[in-house]
Design a protein around this ligand. Structure first.
Ligand SMILES: [Zn+2]
Length: 220
């Protein structure tokens, strides 16, 4: 399939349930095959972690992501690094030394221009993608600094070597929880990851449509 950015996003919103986005994130996790049969358990764990953190945050600091970040002593900085093409485009990042959120304005501005140019605001419920990204990154801060229970408690035995039991956590669960956090805090209709499709589209439209096919093929 091909089409305009507007047609792509309309399709993403139509098929992109939170669970499908979460499964897409899980599929990209190199450790996910080790979940073997425990995927539903892992998804539920991540959703609860994100929802709990959002409820705690809204009660303590309200729902404005920039105000929440300020209350947490978390800087929100902006740069204009170019987004990379492929599935790993970054609109924002969290770093904890010192704690800061970096918003990559080239990508975010381009996404906002596309939203406005194609009249996608009514579909998404917003035209500025920044609050959703800030909210997503706030979750990473809360988890990193142990300010919420987070996803680290989810573990599965992955190797049984007699007396030595190795366990592993799954980084993708943090991503899924961070998107739930943003959805719950801001009342979003789609996970922040939906915006990634627009940025991927700007770099490589064919790849963005392939990604949509993958999303659509996943179970609800
Ligand atoms: Zn993230």
């Amino acid at each position: 399939m091909t089409g305009t950015a507007g047609e792509l996003l309309a399709a993403v919103v139509a098929v992109g349930s939170e669970r499908r986005f979460a499964r897409l994130t899980l599929e990209d996790d190199p450790f996910a095959p080790r979940l073997g049969g425990h995927e539903e358990e892992a998804l539920s764990y991540a959703f609860v972690a994100g929802q709990t953190a959002a409820d705690e945050t809204a009660n303590a600091y309200g729902r404005d992501p920039e105000a929440v970040a300020a209350a947490l002593g978390l800087a929100v900085n902006r740069d204009s690094l170019e987004a990379k093409a492929g599935s790993s485009v970054r609109l924002s990042e969290y770093g904890d030394r010192p704690p800061e959120i970096v918003l990559h304005m080239d990508s975010l501005d381009a996404a906002q221009e596309t939203i406005q140019a194609h009249g996608l605001e009514s579909l998404l419920g917003f035209s500025d993608p920044q609050p959703a990204q800030v909210a997503h990154e706030i979750y990473h801060h809360l988890e990193t600094k142990h300010l919420t229970a987070g996803t680290a408690g989810f573990r599965l035995p992955v190797l049984d070597l007699g007396p030595l039991h190795l366990r592993r956590t799954f980084p993708s669960l943090s991503e899924i929880a961070a998107d739930r956090f943003a959805i719950a805090l801001l009342g979003l209709r789609v996970p922040p990851r939906a915006i990634h499709f627009l940025v991927v589209y700007q770099h490589n439209p064919a790849y963005a449509w392939q990604l949509l096919d993958r999303l659509r093929s996943l179970p609800e």
